[in-house]
Design a protein around this ligand. Structure first.
Ligand code: NAP
Length: 258
């Protein structure tokens, strides 16, 4: 039996994950209140430790709560899977430092297909001419998503910037275009964010050349792929030595696909 504590279980993703786990025979899930850690959450975690035990903490909450939970996981030597997004660079560094003594998997996107798409776009960014092929990213989400751009889109930009040897900070264009801007600069990765209604999550990267273009799009219609990924990550992380991993480490997808 795998005992999983789910932080953020009253939210959209955490709730969907709890529901998904109900149908898995060898898993016992416990909801942990991340938004009131001090009042309830820590007590729930301690009770789990003293009772049936606890194998891994899975977190879909918010950056502040994740950092607190990470400290608890490190102090109690418990592996952690972090699906929460929206961290600043400083928060991400702090999270990785805190979780280094235990085994932890951090991924802004738990879908296997999205991780494969990251590899595909990283290869495309590398082999397509850096000086003539422009890169644009478009992401769409439901109206309640708090952060923009999505961490998945930022990771896409980070991957292609690395492959092209560009500084992410210098090449990132933060807004959609508006006004008389002149010619597009060459070293540019633009991200456009769309928010509305109950739009499903969608990420597209466009490699635009002269007379032709290539697009890679990932669409998720339900939260099931993320739940599946988080469970797979939980089963994997409890067997790893201490250190901070991502889903690409777990999937073992080679850096070069073609
Ligand atoms: N990695 C992936 O594949 C993936 C997929 C989907 C979503 N996500 C990320 O998962 C996170 C949650 O998404 P969601 O759509 O479920 O959001 P949500 O519906 O707003 O739920 C977030 C949950 O986190 C807890 N929470 C909210 N505000 C908090 C605060 N200020 N402090 C501590 N805890 C707080 C609450 O749960 P409790 O009351 O139970 O504590 C809340 O229900 C986001 O960062 C999102 O981007 C990641």
């Amino acid at each position: 039996m795998l005992h999983i504590a789910v932080a953020g279980a009253s939210g959209r993703m955490g709730g969907a994950f709890m529901e998904y786990l109900e149908g898995i025979e060898d898993v016992k899930a416990l909801a942990v209140s991340a938004h009131s850690l001090v009042d309830e959450g820590y007590a729930q975690l301690e009770t789990a430790l003293k009772g049936d035990g606890l194998d891994v903490v899975v977190d879909f909450s918010s950056p502040g709560a994740t950092l607190e939970l990470a400290m608890w996981a490190a102090e109690n030597a418990k592996p952690m899977v972090v699906g929460t997004t929206g961290f600043t660079v400083e928060q991400l560094d702090k999270l990785a430092d805190t979780l280094h003594p235990v085994a932890a998997l951090l991924s802004p996107n738990m879908s296997t297909m999205m991780n494969l798409a990251w590899r595909m776009m990283s290869n495309a960014a590398k082999v397509l001419p850096h000086d003539t092929i422009d890169i644009e990213i478009i992401e769409k989400h439901h109206r309640d998503k708090r952060n923009a751009p999505s961490s998945t889109a930022l990771k896409m930009a980070q991957i292609v910037a690395e492959k092209r040897g560009w500084s992410l900070a210098d090449s990132l264009r933060r807004n959609s275009r508006w006004g008389l801007l002149g010619e597009r600069s060459q070293k540019e990765i633009a991200i456009s964010s769309v928010r509305g209604g109950t739009l499903n999550s969608e990420h597209t990267i466009i490699f635009a050349g002269s007379g032709e273009s290539l697009e890679v799009t990932h669409r998720s219609q339900t939260l099931e792929p993320f739940s599946k990924g988080a469970l797979r990550a939980s089963r994997w992380i409890v067997k790893q030595p201490s250190g901070v991993y991502d889903l690409l480490d777990m999937l073992g997808l080679p850096e070069v696909l073609f």
